[in-house]
Ligand binder design. Structure first.
Ligand code: ADP
Length: 255
């Protein structure tokens, strides 16, 4: 039996007086495709941001690929050793955001090669070759020298996916990656995600409102409400036969 690649153990997250996650625990197996669904404000994005180390936790433990994600500093800033550790941990995880977050003054290929060149000291020619392969994978090889402003939202998001893949992460996090897109551009992004899911053994966590996609794509669906997992199961169980009333109410409203 393989070990989980992510172990989240009893974590809490507070913003001042607001408790966003209260003792949340969950495991993710290597290669698993997980969909996080639930009402707005239930803490789904916060979990992805914590895994990406964009947020700290107020308590609990997180292990990624066999190592503690971070140690909670007793006070003040992180020590340099912790910074180095964080850096190593960050390379294991890639994240794609709702609003693309491409560097506007850099062309597509430079957006993709920046992190490998700067953080992994990959030679420029090697990084560019890899970037071209990734652009080919997302169907944008002809846009390598375009600037982000010249691309549609769907194209920008596909570049953002290629950029996240450039560091060869073991885990990819997708935070409502189609929510900011015009409806006719949603499918091209979902197609790339399907391809990633079927052609790689990457672990993928997605926060999504695309219930049809979550149903077809995910191995397991977690329904969140108010910072806890109310119900989890295979897509058919959650979407066709939800057991908890809160899940039923949520799905009735949106499907
Ligand atoms: P979801 O992704 O399920 O919509 P989020 O994880 O984005 O939920 O947010 C959970 C809660 O945390 C919300 O009440 C939100 O307002 C709050 N929150 C998120 N980020 C911050 C922040 N930086 N400061 C204060 N509150 C925040």
């Amino acid at each position: 039996m393989p070990e989980p690649i992510i172990r989240i153990d009893n974590i809490t997250k507070r913003y001042g007086a607001l408790t966003v996650l209260a003792g949340l625990s969950m495991n993710v197996m290597p290669g698993e495709k997980l969909a996080l669904i639930g009402p707005s404000g239930s803490g789904k994005t916060t979990i992805l941001r914590i895994l990406m180390t964009l947020e700290t936790i107020s308590g609990g433990h997180i292990e990624v690929d066999g190592a503690q994600l971070y140690h909670i500093p007793s006070k003040g800033a992180l020590a340099p050793a912790d910074e180095r550790h964080l850096h190593r941990m960050r390379e294991k995880i890639g994240m794609v955001f709702q609003h693309f977050n491409l560097f506007p003054h850099k062309c597509v290929v430079d957006n993709i090669t920046l992190a490998p060149i700067l953080t992994k000291r990959v030679p420029k020619a090697v990084a560019e070759k890899r970037a071209m392969e990734l652009l080919d994978m997302v169907g944008l090889a002809d846009k390598a020298r375009s600037m982000p402003a010249q691309l549609s939202g769907g194209q920008k998001q596909r570049v953002a996916i290629a950029r996240a893949l450039a560091l060869s992460p073991k885990i990819m996090l997708f935070d409502e990656v189609t929510s900011a897109l015009d409806p006719e551009l949603v499918e091209e992004v979902l197609t790339v995600m399907r391809k990633l899911g079927s052609e790689t053994d990457m672990t993928m966590l997605l926060v999504t409102h695309e219930m049809g996609f979550a149903h077809d794509f995910a191995d397991r669906v977690l329904f969140f409400d108010r910072g806890t997992i109310v119900e989890e199961g295979k897509p058919d169980e959650i979407f066709r036969n939800p057991k908890r009333e809160r899940t039923q109410t949520f799905l009735r409203k949106i499907v």
